[in-house]
Design a protein around this ligand. Structure first.
Ligand code: SF4
Length: 61
C-alpha cells in the first residue's frame, strides 16, 4: 500500500506513537519512512489514520 501524509498534518505525533516504523516526525510534520509500506503494517497504519485528529493520513491500495 502507499501511504501519504497530507499538508493537513499538524505534527501532533499520534501516528508516530502508534507505528514508529512507518511514521516519524520531522519538524512539525510526520513523514512516511517507506513507500510502498509493507502489508505487515496495514493494521497499525489504518489505526494511525483512524486516530489522526486532522485526518491527514491517506492509504492507497
Ligand atoms: Fe500529523 Fe495526523 Fe500524524 Fe498527528 S497523527 S502527526 S496530525 S499525520
Amino acid at each position: 500500500m502507499k501511504v501519504i501524509v497530507t499538508d493537513k498534518c499538524q505534527g501532533c505525533g499520534v501516528c508516530e506513537g502508534i507505528e514508529p516504523d512507518v511514521f516519524v516526525l520531522e519538524g512539525d510534520m510526520a513523514v512516511v519512512q517507506m513507500n510502498p509500506v509493507p502489508e505487515k503494517y496495514r493494521a497499525t497504519v489504518q489505526e494511525a489514520a483512524d486516530s489522526c485528529p486532522e485526518e491527514a493520513i491517506e492509504i492507497e491500495g
